[in-house]
Design a protein around this ligand. Structure first.
Ligand code: SF4
Length: 93
């Protein structure tokens, strides 16, 4: 799945991909059409040992599309919002 990331920067920074459960899995599964099921992709992610790294990569790079770290775009947006709120409350404390 992650072949396309080679152009996203230094590939050495993405060593976790070598352990990705989705290696060799059809990328279309992780980038479903709007409204299509994400269940199969999330099943692959469920057993992935680098799920945390994958999710952080997506969060830090603002990945807007696809399933990363077992989470959909909407689920990642929620985490970003929660982190932003937490950061604001620390600053405001
Ligand atoms: S969490 Fe999912 S998308 Fe991320 S590397 Fe693992 S299997 Fe692939």
């Amino acid at each position: 799945m992650y072949d396309f990331l080679e152009s996203a920067g230094d590939p050495d920074d993405h060593g976790w991909q070598d352990s990705a459960n989705c290696l060799g899995v059809d990328p279309d599964l992780f980038f479903p059409e709007r409204g299509a099921s994400t269940r199969e992709a999330k099943e692959v992610c469920r057993g992935c040992v680098v799920r945390g790294e994958c999710l952080e990569f997506a969060l830090q790079n603002g990945e807007k599309f696809g399933i990363w770290g077992g989470l959909s775009e909407r689920e990642r947006r929620r985490i970003r919002r929660q982190r932003a709120q937490a950061a604001r409350s620390v600053v405001g404390a």
